[in-house]
Design a protein around this ligand. Structure first.
Ligand code: UDP
Length: 254
């Protein structure tokens, strides 16, 4: 195989130059980090599960008219995506109090919010991704007012869709983080959903037991992270139910 040009390596993903101009290959690693990379561990198979779960969610979102960067899956842990100019903001949508919201405002974890809450964080590891307001975004020109209207509306649609998707498989969508980018289509610029949506970037709780099925298993040293991610994939119909042969690992179904 010819050597690919690595454009960027993040904590959980690598981006390679794609086969055609305007495309990238997004590679999902097995690495897990938390607390701004102070905690790091490798979980065999995590990248494969996140790739598959993210692919599935992006495809379903595409079907309801959310433009995304996703083009197609290339193999077990890589997907071809459209190159986008990433807006340097993490958009967090919350339905239930958890994580930093609980700490910041002294709420009780698990309390349902009166309506979905959208928060903005400036993407900067050195600064620890500080929370920002819409006015910061306008003043520093990270996104225009029209872009923000579009992104917030899209984020709420994504939240509604994903809430229903997960509710249908017995999972409560507590919160999630998404990223957006700009793509040029000839003369026109479009906003697309980029990055990933996976148990690394969502809080997912089993509705019946309250059990955490996401990266909090790693952050809070609960153990069983891969089992939890597999459970999410299985419930979404992405893993065959057949018990794998010993040493065979999980079976992904297409
Ligand atoms: N999140 C993420 N990447 C980040 C920060 C947060 O994917 O760099 C996700 C996180 O998994 C959760 C949601 O965004 O689903 C809200 O996270 P929160 O602000 O509560 O921060 P945390 O408690 O994870 O530090």
């Amino acid at each position: 195989m010819s050597k690919r040009v690595r454009l960027y390596e993040g904590k959980a993903k690598i981006l390679y130059e794609g086969p055609e101009p305007g495309t990238l290959v997004q590679h999902f690693k097995d690495d897990a980090t938390a607390f701004n990379a102070e905690k790091h561990e490798v979980f065999e198979g995590k990248g494969v599960l996140n790739h598959r779960i993210s692919e599935y969610i992006f495809q379903r979102l595409g079907e309801i008219g959310i433009p995304t960067h996703f083009i197609k899956s290339l193999n077990m842990r890589e997907q071809l995506v459209r190159e986008a100019e990433i807006i340097p903001i993490e958009f967090v949508v919350r339905n239930v109090a958890a994580g930093s919201l609980v700490k910041r405002l002294g709420l009780n974890e698990g309390d349902a919010l009166p309506r979905p809450l959208v928060e903005f964080y400036y993407k900067d590891d050195a600064l620890g991704d500080p929370m920002i307001s819409e006015d910061h975004i306008a003043v520093f020109g990270w996104a225009g007012p029209q872009e923000m209207d579009e992104i917030v509306a899209m984020s709420l649609r994504i939240n509604d869709f994903m809430t229903g998707l997960f509710q249908g498989v017995g999972i409560r969508l507590v919160d999630f983080k998404i990223e957006f980018g700009r793509i040029w289509d000839g003369e026109t610029q479009r906003i697309v959903l980029a990055d990933e949506i996976s148990p690394d970037s969502c809080r997912l709780w089993d509705i019946a037991s309250g059990e955490k099925l996401d990266k909090d298993r790693f952050r809070q040293n609960l153990g069983g992270m891969i089992d939890a991610y597999q459970d999410v994939a299985r419930r979404l119909g992405l893993l065959s139910d057949a018990t794998p042969e010993k040493g065979d690992g999980p079976k992904l179904v297409k």
